[in-house]
Design a protein around this ligand. Structure first.
Ligand code: CUA
Length: 338
């Protein structure tokens, strides 16, 4: 009994914590699509709350009312109780479910539908990989497109069409404060229109089981005032900054001569790999390993040398071919890639 109480308390606590945290909360929407979903959710929660209260009140009433003998009760087939079954078991559920169905269709209709995907002009393309997010900014001519990973910058108050693709298995894009879930499917591009009405960082998560590290496939949507967004985008279009001191030069040398350059691109250098995330502006990102870790010196060094211990099964190998303090120099170089 005691463990039952503890479990109930733990569940209530988890629910409370979930509701209190704005990080991934569908009930604290910051954009039009999420607001539609939140309204529908509130309607469903409140309706079902009221139904549950009435139902439990009736059960309680049956349990505590004065009992007569069996003979005093009319049998159901004689007409007693049939209205209850018809009304409570059929009519009321039918009306409630019909209303929710219509409201659900109405919510779906509020999302932009792209009948012909080839005519759509997505501003961002997100490609799901096991287990990270490739992000391509498609504004302007092709030579101005830029690649990044695991965070999506958007201008505040502007609808942004995002094309969703997958490189391996099915993933699902879910940033609860901005929109519902939408799948990323190999060979089947999908579109989603997100809009953030307030500046901020909105946490998202892959919402379709995609293998061992599904839980560590996180993304951030960073909403900035339009001018700030434009200057960020202009900065991203630049090639990587050159190393400015001996440590950074040694780090760049390590990057080019160890396995790193085979899988990663740093624009403006010889590194042109496409297996892992583009690292041209790595230091400007908040997280590494698909936002499993904060992007800082200690985590970078641990990630480079022990990725398989931190995120077992991921494509990033443990890079062990460093001599002396090469790994540390490499991290200095990575941290210079603003
Ligand atoms: Cu990607 Cu789950």
């Amino acid at each position: 009994m005691r463990s039952f109480h503890t479990t109930c308390l733990a569940i209530l606590f988890a629910l409370g914590a979930g509701l209190a945290s704005a990080q991934q909360n569908t009930l604290e929407p910051v954009g039009p699509a999420a607001r539609h979903i939140a309204s529908l959710s509130w309607f469903v929660y409140i309706t079902f709350g009221v139904v549950a209260i009435i139902m439990w009140a009736l059960i309680l009433w049956v349990a505590i009312r004065r009992r007569g003998t069996l003979a005093e009760h009319e049998p159901i087939d004689a007409g007693g109780g049939q209205e209850w079954i018809l009304t409570g078991g059929f009519l009321i559920p039918f009306v409630i479910l019909a209303v929710i169905f219509i409201l659900g269709l109405n919510t779906l209709a509020a999302f932009p539908v792209h009948d012909n995907i080839s005519h759509a002009m997505p501003q961002v393309r997100v490609t799901g990989h096991q287990w990270w997010w490739e992000v391509d900014y498609l504004a302007g001519p092709v030579d101005q497109h830029v690649k990044s990973a695991n965070e999506i910058h958007v201008p505040v108050g502007v609808p942004v069409d995002v094309e969703l693709m997958a490189a391996d298995v099915i993933h699902s894009f879910w940033v609860p404060q901005l929109h519902g879930k939408e799948d990323l499917i190999p060979g089947q591009p999908n579109l989603i229109r997100i809009q953030a009405d307030q500046p901020g960082i909105y946490h998202g998560q892959c919402a379709e089981f995609c293998g061992e590290q599904h839980a560590n496939m996180k993304l951030l949507v960073i909403a900035q005032p339009p001018a700030e967004y434009q200057s960020w985008l202009a900065g991203q279009r630049n090639e990587a900054s050159e190393p400015v001191n001996g440590q950074e030069r040694a780090g760049q040398e390590a990057f080019m001569t160890k396995p790193c350059a085979l899988c990663h691109t740093i624009r403006g250098t010889a590194a042109q790999g496409s297996v892992g995330p583009d690292l041209t502006h790595l230091a400007s990102r908040r997280g590494i390993a698909a936002n499993m870790l904060i992007n800082n010196e200690a985590n970078l060094e641990a990630w480079v040398t022990h990725a398989q211990a931190l995120k077992p099964g991921c494509r990033m190998p443990n890079v062990t071919q460093f001599n002396g303090n090469e790994a540390r120099m490499l991290v200095h170089y990575l941290q210079s890639l603003q």
